[in-house]
Design a protein around this ligand. Structure first.
Ligand SMILES: *[C@@H]1O[C@H](CO)[C@@H](O)[C@H](O)[C@H]1NC(C)=O
Length: 177
């Protein structure tokens, strides 16, 4: 029953809601040479803004640019020159692999798509990492290892001690029988 609804939702999303032409942008191999993508920063804190610059080869004629994140289109823009900027607001959901491409329309209105640029990974550090975590308060690794081995040692030694105590018949709680 659940599986049915999941499949139904997936299919409905694919056929009714998804713009197939757009979603192909970020998965197609492309016929034209790939552009270059530059992020002005790749490791950012939540709340910062990042400029993504997509630059097409100088010699190609192009009509539009598009940006992809994790294989799905996030923005498309008309081309006014050989490059275009896209501003990304750093939030956890905007972290991921970015790439870009461009489109070309020939005289017969045929659209050609470029190969995607090399992907750039944007890492967004949540805001609380900056202020609330004091590195001095975290327990050093060697203490953890020491503690873990102590616990392990106790666990392993318990049956051994019990065995020897039973063998020599010298219970801590006085003689048996
Ligand atoms: C990156 O671009 C954004 C938005 O244009 C700007 O606010 C930020 O200062 C730039 N960062 C660097 C490191 O150049």
């Amino acid at each position: 029953m659940n599986l049915f609804w999941v499949l139904y939702a997936l299919l409905a999303n694919h056929w009714c809601l998804g713009d197939d032409k757009d979603s192909e942008l970020c998965t197609s191999a492309g016929e034209l040479p790939a552009p270059d993508l530059f992020l002005n920063k790749t490791l950012v804190s939540e709340g910062e803004t990042i400029t993504a610059l997509c630059a097409a080869p100088a010699e190609v004629f192009l009509t539009g640019f598009f940006f992809c994140k994790d294989g799905a289109p996030v923005s498309s823009k008309k081309a006014a020159s050989q490059y275009v900027q896209y501003i990304v607001y750093a939030s956890p959901k905007n972290a991921g692999q970015y790439s870009c491409g461009y489109q070309q329309k020939d005289a017969k209105n045929q659209v050609k798509i470029s190969a995607l640029s090399v992907a750039q990974n944007l890492i967004v550090q949540p805001r609380y990492y900056d202020s609330n975590v004091d590195p001095g308060q975290t327990i050093p690794t060697y203490i953890w290892i020491l503690r873990s081995s102590l616990v392990l040692l106790l666990l392993v030694s318990a049956p051994i001690i019990t065995y020897f105590m039973e063998k020599c018949n010298c219970s801590l709680f006085g003689p048996r029988n």
